[in-house]
Design a protein around this ligand. Sequence first.
Ligand code: MN
Length: 254
Amino acid sequence: MRPRIGITSWHHEEGGERWEYVPEPYSRATAQAGGLPLILPTIHVGAAFKPAPTLDELLDAVDGLLFTGGEDIHPSFYGEPIEERCGRIDQDRDHFELELAQAALDRQIPIVGICRGIQLLNVVLGGSLYQDLSYRPGTLPYHHSSREKRYTLIHKVNLQPESHLAKVFGRSAFDVTSTHHQLLKDVAPPLKAVAFSDDGVVEGVEAENYPFLLAVQWHPERMIRKHPEQLALFQALIQAASSRRERRGPSGSY
Ligand code: MN
């Protein structure tokens, strides 16, 4: 069986209903790399039904996690007031994903974070964010490209050659898409910044002393069609998830 990869979702309210969804490139990339993509609803937050599924039940059902892009994280989670240029926030999603990430880290589940995902992992581990790129001196505005350019390569990233991330991609520099307006400020100590843009923005982190955690600020899932080497991040996640699954055995227990 393919390793099961839980993918975090967006939600909004429409016509009195709650909609939960992900952009298709995340699940396509996961499947293309050999994983079974499973979209995770933000079920246990304010769930209208009782008893809501628990995080343990949810984590029993996956072998790896993909934290996707999305809204800004409420600054209260890193101890700051909301500043003027902070963007849209979904606090239900924040609560769910921060609890999910902490529980997954406790279980040492393989994790990849993308865009909001790198920010979320930094925050849950005690790091902080710039609420807008204009708040970090020297940051160039191109990181926040328009929706029409979300598949366009915007800027270069430089990866530390000895990093896990560079080994996964098999190279230490390439051009990437970029649609983020927030960025990492203080990088939480368990994480190590290993990829940077030329203007010094943290574009990639990895965790030391953890089985598998890689996170990037760009969008590899959108690049795969034209730049298939970006699939390597998903393949690495699926390989780690597969190894973990084998260690757990057929019963799913440890
Ligand atoms: Mn960028």
